[in-house]
Design a binder for this molecule. Structure first.
Ligand code: HEM
Ligand SMILES: CC(C)=CCC/C(C)=C/CC/C(C)=C/COP(=O)(O)OP(=O)(O)O
Length: 316
């Protein structure tokens, strides 16, 4: 159900026969900043997986995953144009702002989905390609179309989409799944609720105006603060698991423990925030730090993985 009428957007990209969309608008449809972290987690999965991969095929694999993530972002922006138009954070996106017509965004998203999946299948393997297709479907259909407007657990279930990329990267090399790639999935899966609910707390008015049932709006701030702390407390030990299970080194182990301790501290400060705190500084800090945390963990895993491959006979 639409929160607002977007029929005015139908002919949005042409006036007097001239397209108003610029290349930058199509780039924005790909959600490039989120994609950067998705790409990092996918490369990490690919590099840590046992077995050789031709560097050119590895490059094509990552490009396909990036394209697929971008495609799912475009499909999300097509479907969500009505609610994006109501929220200050998203109102200037190309579709709600009228620079790209909804049907153009849809066609772009579908074409890119097809291109990314077929490229991955033809160049790398069809298991990874099917997994990529499933992930695009999960974000664009299961999260965006089915869960987001229906349940405050939307991001807990839907967040799985954002956690699959390291498993896809791993599958590009091995053609299958593994306990290690599942642990990488689990780190992102458990990270998503504190990452997003911290933001949802200080963007509550936006979500309220758009009628999206995010946890702070539905269950209140106190419940959200508790859930953030609970997920963080589970996330941090799981973040150390790659070291405990022996597929990451001591540098990673120490970083995961230290950064994890700070993550829990910020989650605790968020939990202790006073009711009606307008500034919400702890929640803002936690949101910002959540991004740094995941970049750091996967960045270190990646560096360790590259070093291990470079020093091993057979390398890549
Ligand atoms: C359902 C799960 C998720 C939800 C609902 C969500 C939501 C959001 C939102 C609303 C923002 C703010 C963007 C803005 O200011 O416009 C954001 C930022 C960000 N998210 Fe997430 N996120 C989720 C999962 C992920 C995942 C899985 C990743 C990558 C692995 C990720 C990476 C990022 C990054 C890098 C940013 C900062 C860049 C930016 O501000 O656009 N997120 N997220
Ligand atoms: C490989 C592949 C296909 C990966 C795609 C998975 C992916 C990038 C998931 C990220 C989830 C995400 C950014 C949700 C944003 O929520 P939202 O859409 O509700 O946020 P918004 O309000 O900013 O639009």
């Amino acid at each position: 159900m639409s929160a607002v009428d977007i029929t005015h957007l139908d002919a949005a990209d042409t006036r007097g026969g001239i397209s108003l969309a610029e290349p930058g608008d199509f780039f924005a449809l790909l959600k490039p900043r989120v994609m950067s972290l998705v790409v990092l987690t996918a490369i990490t999965g690919l590099v840590l997986a046992p077995g050789a991969i031709n560097p050119m095929l590895g490059f094509i694999a990552i490009l396909s995953i990036a394209l697929g993530a971008g495609a799912s972002g475009a499909l999300n922006m097509w479907y969500d144009a009505d609610i994006d138009a109501v929220m200050t954070r998203t109102a200037t996106r190309p579709v709600p702002a009228g620079r790209i017509a909804p049907e153009t965004a849809l066609a772009f998203g579908l074409a890119m989905s097809l291109l990314s999946v077929c490229t991955l299948g033809l160049a790398v393997n069809w298991f990874a390609a099917a997994f990529l297709a499933f992930t695009i479907f999960f974000y664009a259909v299961v999260y965006t179309m089915l869960l987001k407007r229906w349940t405050p657990q939307n991001i807990v279930i839907g967040g799985a989409a954002g956690a699959f990329p390291p498993m896809i990267g791993w599958a590009c090399v091995t053609g299958g799944l593994s306990m290690e790639s599942f642990v990488l999935f689990l780190i992102i899966f458990l990270w998503t609720p504190p990452h997003f609910w911290a933001l949802a707390m200080f963007k509550m008015k936006d979500y309220g105006a758009a009628g999206v049932p995010m946890l702070p709006n539905v269950s209140g701030e106190a419940t959200t603060r508790f859930q953030i702390l609970a997920y963080s407390l589970v996330l941090v030990p799981v973040g150390v698991l790659p070291y405990v299970l022996g597929f990451a080194g001591p540098v990673y182990g120490a970083a995961a423990a230290l950064l994890g301790a700070y993550f829990v501290w910020l989650a605790f400060k968020t939990y202790r925030m006073a009711d009606g705190d307008e500034k919400m500084l702890p929640a803002k800090r936690l949101f910002g730090f959540s991004i740094l945390y995941l970049f750091a963990l996967f960045g270190i895993l990646l560096v360790e993985g590259v070093v291990a491959r470079l020093t091993m006979v057979g390398g890549f």
